[in-house]
Design a protein around this ligand. Sequence first.
Ligand code: ADP
Ligand code: MG
Length: 245
Amino acid sequence: MLLEGRDVTVAFGAFRAVDGASVGVREGEVLGLIGPNGAGKSTFFNCLTGDLTPTQGSVHFAGQDVTRLPPEDRAALGIARSFQVPLTFEGMSVLDNVMIGAFLRTAHTGEARERAGAVIERVGLAPFAHASARSLGTPGRKRLEIARALATEPKVLLLDEAMAGLTPTEVRQAIALVRAIHQSGITLVIVEHIMEVIVTLAERVVVFNQGREIANGTPAEVTSEPQVIEAYLGKRAARAMRRGA
Ligand code: ADP
Ligand code: MG
């Protein structure tokens, strides 16, 4: 595994948002993480990126124990993320926002600007490079999030609901972008609510429910498993579906 959580538990008081989950992504893979709202996806994801330290368990990257490393140190190793709620610097330009990511790899402003410009081109934001981040719409903000992460030159990129709030057309464009990112050699972990995104992009899917993995397999495998259907639809609807009602 390139990046993995082993037996990860995250407790908030007496409540376990993640309860003994062991999930990892292999180098070169696109791993999808799905599950109903509140299943613990983002909490587990935050343990992989260093935004949270697990109460129990450990996180490993390329054979190294990174459980106690803060996000900046993990970014230096090659772990990058997007946030579910974009964390852009509103008053700054798109280019300056992406340069923040590029400064992880270079101290030279000119070089950071050049690298950021190339990433902005790659994500389709070139016409807005000098516009303020504030002026972007939802799809632009999502792309800016991805651009800032890409500018850190990650080995693995973690996307948390990077396509939420997009129209179907924008989702298809975003899928094409994520596919191109994968083809450039970056390993991906995608947390996503939109099933089309998972089915199209993920080679393997882990389904979370109540802080635990309840299924693991190809998109076709996991979406046909009764306990997955039940987790999403509730017991009654799952029974009705099995009866063919
Ligand atoms: P998902 O991303 O699958 O929708 P989350 O990981 O965001 O789920 O949340 C899992 C559960 O943990 C939810 O019940 C949520 O309310 C709870 N939770 C998340 N963060 C905190 C926190 N900082 N303090 C207390 N409870 C939290
Ligand atoms: Mg979430």
